[in-house]
Design a binder for this molecule. Structure first.
Ligand code: ATP
Ligand code: MG
Length: 332
């Protein structure tokens, strides 16, 4: 029996290079080795976009196109929509009793997001609790392998705490602890250098960006504000062009040479930006081609088939949860 891999994305916009290096690459590598589930987290997107269900829905097919264009193979990965699995909401209700509000408020990822979004005293309860729904997503599919970026580490920690408490109260017949699988670039910064690349912050290069848009975004990238003349010695730390070259350039020795040259002085920002533009467009060009060949209909069919398989698994698992907790009342 294969172990299970589960991970997912919020349909809050197209996927970006952070998703690619942080999680998508690992999913493509591992998809055949594991029983793979990839979830489009539309319910989680509602936790901070409750007023925009139409917009969330519109984003869903774009995310499916991003998956298929980077090489997610629907014959081994089940791509499904969170809202169509009501058992996830049910398990979230059960899990909410297994974690304290104080524990959720201490979560550094949600804490930072609450600050970024300026919620102050008006944090939606669903937003504070989204790590609990994420715990339910992972647990219900018995995922042991969760390829994610490093912003998800505190959430994986809460997930395992909830699973341990569940197993302690009700027995360990249903849920197993999971492990986060991170990559060498588990946090790709945004082009502004201020925070991680994120759909919500408008600081990301999207997998679907045209060559022209990629060029413009790289040209705006934050480098070293003290590197005024080409001859000035420059900093590579905190310089987004080098951060992206580290993440995407195939030749590490060449990047090391460029860094040494930049630090010595004599290498201009425009030169390194041109190298990065070429590197990114080489990566993105086949992804764009595969994307162009996909129709909405194909994506919808793949999504429906993956969702039906996920529904089947979820139904079986929830029966086991009911039995373990002794909350079944009638003969079925
Ligand atoms: P939003 O701004 O709406 O939260 P996001 O860009 O943070 O969107 P998510 O859908 O929240 O994207 O994240 C999906 C997955 O991609 C998670 O596993 C997350 O850790 C990973 N990920 C997101 N951004 C990055 C990044 N900049 N670097 C590495 N991994 C990332
Ligand atoms: Mg996010």
């Amino acid at each position: 029996m294969k172990k299970t891999l589960l991970t997912g994305d919020r349909p809050t916009g197209p996927l970006h290079l952070g998703h690619y290096v942080g999680s998508l690459k690992n999913r493509v590598l591992l998809q055949a080795q594991y029983d793979t589930y990839i979830m489009i987290a539309d319910m989680q997107a509602l936790t901070d976009h409750a007023d925009k269900p139409d917009w969330i829905k519109k984003n869903v097919l774009e995310v499916v196109k991003d998956y298929l264009s980077v090489g997610i193979d629907p014959t081994c990965a089940k791509i499904f929509i969170q809202s169509q699995i009501p058992q996830l909401a049910e398990l979230t209700m059960i899990f909410l009793n297994l974690v304290s509000v104080a524990r959720l408020e201490r979560n550094p990822t949600t804490k930072a997001e609450i600050q970024q979004k300026g919620y102050q005293d008006s944090v939606p309860a669903g937003f504070l609790c989204y790590p609990v729904s994420q715990a339910a997503d992972i647990a219900l599919f018995q995922a042991s392998c969760v390829p994610v970026g490093d912003d998800q580490m505190p959430i994986i920690e809460v997930t395992n705490e909830i699973i341990r408490r569940f197993n302690h109260y009700y027995g360990s017949g249903c849920f197993i602890e999971c492990e986060a699988i991170t990559s060498s670039t588990s946090r790709l910064m945004g082009i502004d250098g201020q925070a991680k690349a994120s759909k919500s912050l408008g600081n990301a290069i999207f997998l679907s960006d045209s060559a022209e848009v990629v060029k413009n975004k790289v040209m705006q990238m934050y480098t070293d504000p003290t590197h005024l003349k080409v001859s000035d010695p420059g900093n590579v730390e905190g310089n987004m062009v080098f951060h992206y070259l580290d993440a995407f350039h195939a030749n590490k020795d060449e990047v090391a040479d460029l860094k040494a040259h930049y630090q010595r002085g004599g290498l201009g920002d425009v030169t390194i930006k041109k190298i990065l533009i070429e590197t990114l467009n080489t990566l993105l060009s086949p992804i764009r081609e595969r994307r162009a060949a996909l129709t909405d209909q194909i994506c919808l069919e793949i999504l429906q088939s993956g969702t039906e398989k996920a529904q089947h698994t979820a139904l079986q698992m929830m029966k086991n949860v009911h039995a373990l907790m002794g909350i079944s009342y009638f003969k079925s």
